[in-house]
Design a protein around this ligand. Structure first.
Ligand SMILES: C[S@@+](CC[C@H](N)C(=O)[O-])C[C@H]1O[C@@H](n2cnc3c(N)ncnc32)[C@H](O)[C@@H]1O
Length: 296
């Protein structure tokens, strides 16, 4: 089964949504991301997996999907998402680790992972796990923090920063916070079975003085135009990559097929307390509308 020992950047109890987004002066970044998502995601689909969904900031941007599974390691982030989206069969809330995904194969025809790869110490393992739960032909939208951005290049050129933004190694700029080189992300995607289709560079104008002086809609309009350069070069702090699962497209499973993260069995049945594994008898709790697969 998936490795259980990779360290996780734990957002349990965090006020990330309110501090960073709602009161953090990041309307420009939020709207620029919305533009990229609209451009890169299919407008219709069956079942989408949102990895590192957080408080569901982006979930309503996938409006054309019949069902959306919000997966996050932090239960409190999912509680905030549930408060935002409400409880219905359309939204499934899952507390789990991306390194121990609780899904069978061919369960999803799309997945997204936005602002989450930069917390992953083992990005390739995470991508491999996501790939396993997607059907052939499925779309995967990945956002990552780009170490080769203009600000980092200037700082390095002026000797204010030691690390070289053009080198392919990953930079851990704070504990469990990583900036990646575009070449490495492309390599990991292709090695894990994804076929890169399009890249958009996002948040080119992320600078305090610009955000203070230029009207928001002008900034977003400029960023929207610059995003198209992403297929040729990537010099922005954030990059969105659209890829697909290689192979002849196939249908996804009719039902959401769960997999026991402990033993790997897909024989899980609903019990009063949650989902019970027929193979190892483990019960994965469901409480207040959130499935919990975090235990060992
Ligand atoms: C920076 S937040 C981004 C949230 C959301 N995608 C957004 O853009 O607003 C990163 C999220 O990734 C989640 N996360 C980090 N490591 C994870 C892991 N190993 N498995 C699942 N979720 C993880 C955190 O709990 C957090 O909610």
């Amino acid at each position: 089964m998936n490795r259980p020992t990779v360290p996780v950047c734990d957002y349990e109890g965090s006020t990330y949504q309110t501090d960073f987004w709602d009161a953090g002066g990041r309307e420009y970044e939020d709207q620029a991301e919305a533009v990229a998502i609209k451009r890169l995601m299919p407008h219709k689909g069956n079942r989408l997996l949102e990895v590192g969904a957080g408080a569901g900031r982006n979930t309503m941007r996938y409006a054309g999907f019949d069902q959306i599974v919000l997966l996050d390691y932090s239960r409190t982030q999912l509680e905030q998402a549930q408060a935002r989206l409400g409880r219905s069969e359309r939204f499934v809330f899952v507390a789990a680790d991306v390194y121990r995904l609780p899904f069978g194969s061919t369960v999803f025809d799309a997945a997204t992972m936005i602002r989450t790869l930069h917390h992953l110490a083992e990005p390739e393992d995470a991508l491999r796990n996501i790939h396993q739960s997607l059907a052939r032909g499925a779309t995967f939208l990945l956002e990552y923090a780009n170490k080769q951005n203009v600000k980092a290049i200037l700082r390095w050129a002026m000797r204010q920063q030691e690390w070289n933004p053009f080198h392919h190694d990953t930079i851990e700029f704070a504990e469990l916070n990583y900036d990646f080189h575009p070449a490495m992300v492309g390599k990991w995607l292709s090695e894990t079975g994804f076929c890169v289709q399009r890249k958009l560079t996002v948040s080119h104008l992320r600078a305090g003085f610009l955000k203070r002086t230029v009207p928001l809609r002008v900034l977003v309009g400029l960023d929207s135009a610059l995003q198209w350069t992403g297929n040729w070069w990537q010099l922005s702090p954030s990059v969105f990559v659209q890829s697909c699962v290689e192979g002849e497209p196939e249908s996804i499973s009719k039902d959401l097929v769960w997999r026991c993260p402990s033993c790997g069995s897909v024989d899980l049945k609903s019990s009063p307390g949650g989902l019970e594994c027929d193979h190892c008898d483990r019960v994965w709790p469901l409480s207040d509308g959130i499935y919990d697969f975090k235990g060992e």
